[in-house]
Design a protein around this ligand. Structure first.
Ligand SMILES: NC(=O)c1ccc[n+]([C@@H]2O[C@H](COP(=O)([O-])OP(=O)(O)OC[C@H]3O[C@@H](n4cnc5c(N)ncnc54)[C@H](O)[C@@H]3O)[C@@H](O)[C@H]2O)c1
Length: 436
């Protein structure tokens, strides 16, 4: 069976690689010519564990193809996934123009029945809107081609994307026809061999499920950050409070970690978009407004803690930053708390030395020559007055304490992800400060 994926970013590429791995003939279309060129050469343009191997195996097997337009590949496809970006637009609303343009590009060439699936995270009503855009293009061509729309939001996590796609917790599918439902069942059956985790619903509910899931996760993070800040004021320890509540099966242990705020390409924009959708329907999402406010404050917390440790005026201080990616396992810097901290430090007149195991290349594009890009984590700490740990990469978890102590001018660690044991770090002669 031939399928098309429009957009070859984090979601499109993983979707394409995984569908080709189970035997489908997958064509991937992206308007970014340089990206397509790299993909054709077998280069993986993003850091995602397991993805390069899948890409090269399926390219070699002839099951995976990369092109620069839908026009080159939609003919004969039975399913077309739209997986283009939906960045933050005006007033926090999701900008769905890429989705609609992708839909139009399909409508301009569609010549036989296909299910068109919106995989991008989109506000309610967008799948139907994309369907109308396709219908308009077909009318303009003067042809009648049957097609169905489906909403199939993606829940993969960067850094675990291939595993998440191969063995998903659940696959949410919004369809309005039996034919589309059968097609979606067939496509996802290879990923459901042990038990069926496909949940069918209408497209509107499917679209909203994605936003509700991200909003719930963001809420847990901001809630724990609020609790952590209170812990600091009353002398409690948030790591103990976290364990204490996480053992309650109604609450569960996941997504309860306090830290320096959430970032990434999804939570910030999706929370804003959900608030905006509600606003358009005359409803105020009060919980989510607070979730956002807490997160914005939390992203600035490390700077305040550094100032507290080193004295109010940070001018001229050298600060080492470990971790730039918005979370471990990815080179994605979108909305990363590290960027907020680095900018605050630069504004305060600090010298900043940064290190990240995989995000250095992307960081250079964003931070330019304003910071020193260190060769490794100890190089970043060289001559530093303080070290801020912003991303909890595994290799930061058990550093050589003596080597680190020897590299730094002053032994101060501000741990934005609570990865160290406070007694242990203090026993090595460091001033140590964490969240909560
Ligand atoms: N990144 C994640 O972890 C994640 C997880 C779940 C859902 N999502 C959602 O999936 C969608 C895609 O996210 P992403 O992170 O993969 O985005 P991305 O920015 O990494 O990739 C989008 C790709 O689409 C291409 N594109 C844009 N317009 C196009 C068009 N008209 N035709 C062909 N290609 C086009 C771009 O060139 C780019 O390569 C978003 O809605 C996002 O919210 C992302």
């Amino acid at each position: 069976m031939k399928i098309v994926i429009i957009g070859s970013g984090y979601v499109g590429l993983v979707t394409a690689a995984c569908f080709s791995e189970v035997g489908l003939d997958v064509w991937c279309a992206d308007v970014d010519e340089a990206r397509v060129e790299r993909l054709r050469r077998g280069e993986c343009p993003i850091f995602e564990p397991g993805l390069p191997e899948l890409l090269s195996r399926n390219l070699q097997a002839g099951r995976l193809h990369f092109v620069t337009s839908a026009a080159e590949c939609v003919e004969g496809a039975e399913a077309v996934f739209i997986a283009v970006g939906t960045p933050e637009g005006e007033d926090g609303r999701a900008d769905v123009s890429h989705v609609l343009e992708a839909a139009r590009s399909v409508g301009r060439v569609l010549n036989g029945y296909a299910v068109i699936i919106v995989k991008s995270t989109v506000p309610v009503g967008t799948t139907a809107m994309a369907g109308r855009a396709i219908a308009e293009e077909l009318r303009a061509r003067g042809v009648e081609v049957p097609f169905d729309m489906a909403s199939n939001p993606e829940f993969l996590k960067e850094g675990h994307a291939v595993d998440d796609f191969m063995t998903p917790d659940r696959v949410i599918i919004g369809v309005e026809s039996a034919r589309a439902r059968d097609m979606m069942s067939e496509l996802y059956r290879p990923f459901m061999m042990t038990n069926d985790r496909m949940l069918f619903m209408d497209s509107t509910s499917a679209e909203l499920t994605k936003y509700a899931a991200n909003a719930m996760l963001a809420t847990r993070i901001s809630f724990m950050n609020d609790i952590a800040n209170l812990c600091e004021r009353v002398g409690a320890r948030v790591d103990l409070v976290r364990k204490g509540i996480g053992m309650d099966r109604r609450i569960g242990p996941k997504f309860l970690y306090a830290g320096c705020g959430y970032g990434g390409s999804c939570f910030p924009k999706d929370v804003k978009a959900l608030i905006a959708t509600a606003g358009q329907h005359g409803y105020e999402m009060e919980v989510l407004r607070a979730v956002e406010r807490v997160n914005e404050r939390q992203k600035r917390l490390l700077f305040d803690k550094l100032a507290g440790c080193l004295g109010e005026d940070l001018k001229g201080a050298t600060i080492a930053v470990w971790g730039l990616a918005f979370k471990p396992g990815t080179d994605d810097l979108r909305e990363a708390p590290s960027l907020v901290l680095v900018r605050q430090l630069l504004e305060a007149g600090c010298r900043v030395r940064v290190f990240d195991p995989v995000a250095m290349e992307n960081a250079r594009k964003v931070l330019g020559n304003d910071v020193f890009f260190a060769a490794d984590m100890y190089d970043a700490a060289l001559g530093a007055d303080a070290l801020a740990v912003v991303t909890e990469w595994k290799e930061f978890r058990l550093p050589g304490w003596k080597r680190l102590r020897g590299a730094m001018r002053r032994p101060v660690i501000v741990d934005g992800r609570n990865i160290y044991d406070r007694e242990r770090v203090r026993s090595e002669g460091f001033d140590y400060c964490r969240v909560g």
